[in-house]
Design a protein around this ligand. Structure first.
Ligand code: ADP
Ligand code: MG
Length: 246
């Protein structure tokens, strides 16, 4: 069981962004990707989630051994891929509760109705874990939310959808230390032998709270270095300067 990225090449508007990226995330493991701005981290996460701005020109993404090239974004979500966005979108006119309920309903077989009581019970329990005020259930998805509130809301979605592979794109940026701890607690509570995580972060701070099994450095559309959790600490000390001479 793994999310496997093989020799991925991708372009946007004809400009190559990913240039032969290889990465395997076995279920049960937490992998972190770090790297300078513009190295293609968000592009990677959006391609795996199925964003159609990007053209995959070579290579493939395998979900538990199955090539997902032909799956649309919603099919990938139902297949178990979740992306917490670096910049979460606002969805005016749709309440947070209805949004989550619709997403869960879409996962049920035709003719089966979601149990509303169980749904609210679960949502409130998760919100309590994330220290989110219940007023966020009736507010439109992310509309007018602060940066930190949006990031917590992404984690709420992740917890409710119970995905197999979770991609978190700079979920730590814009969070104060208390919010960071809450988000880390949410992620850690979801760690399981059946679930893999890809945590994209520009800073090592989040990795003080979510201890990765592997750390990778991305530069210019490729993984250029991999190591254990200690690699994140080295990067914090020495920065990315080594990439310029590499
Ligand atoms: P990172 O997340 O590592 O900072 P990104 O994946 O956001 O990097 O961006 C990698 C490169 O691809 C950047 O040069 C960025 O400008 C470019 N890029 C990403 N998405 C688009 C897009 N939709 N249109 C044009 N350029 C893009
Ligand atoms: Mg990014």
């Amino acid at each position: 069981m793994s999310l496997t990225i093989e020799n991925l090449h991708a372009s946007v508007d004809g400009t190559p962004i990913l240039k032969g990226l290889n990465l395997e995330i076995p279920a049960g493991e937490v992998h972190a990707i770090m790297g300078p701005n513009g190295s293609g981290k968000s592009t990677l996460s959006k391609i795996v989630a199925g964003h159609d701005d990007y053209e995959v020109t070579d290579g493939r993404v395998l979900l538990d051994g199955v090539d997902i090239a032909d799956l649309e974004v919603d099919e990938r979500s139902r297949a178990g891929i979740f992306l917490a966005f670096q910049y979460p979108a606002e969805v005016p006119g749709v309440s947070n509760a209805n949004f989550l309920r619709a997403a869960l309903q879409a996962r049920l077989p035709d003719g089966e109705e979601i149990d509303a009581v169980a749904f609210y019970k679960e949502m409130y329990a998760r919100m309590d874990e994330l220290e989110m005020n219940r007023k966020f259930t009736s507010r439109a998805v992310n509309e007018g939310f602060s940066g930190g509130e949006k990031k917590r809301n992404e984690i709420l979605q992740m917890m409710m959808l119970d995905p197999r592979y979770c991609l978190l794109d700079e979920t730590d940026s814009g969070l104060d230390i208390d919010a960071l701890k809450v988000v880390a607690k949410g992620v850690n509570s979801m760690r399981s032998p059946n679930r893999g995580f890809l945590i994209i972060t520009h800073y090592q701070r989040l990795l003080d709270y979510i201890k990765p099994d592997h750390v990778h450095v991305m530069d210019d559309g490729r993984i250029v270095k991999s190591g254990g959790a200690e690699l994140a600490l080295e990067l914090e000390e020495s920065g990315y300067d080594f990439l310029k001479t590499a």
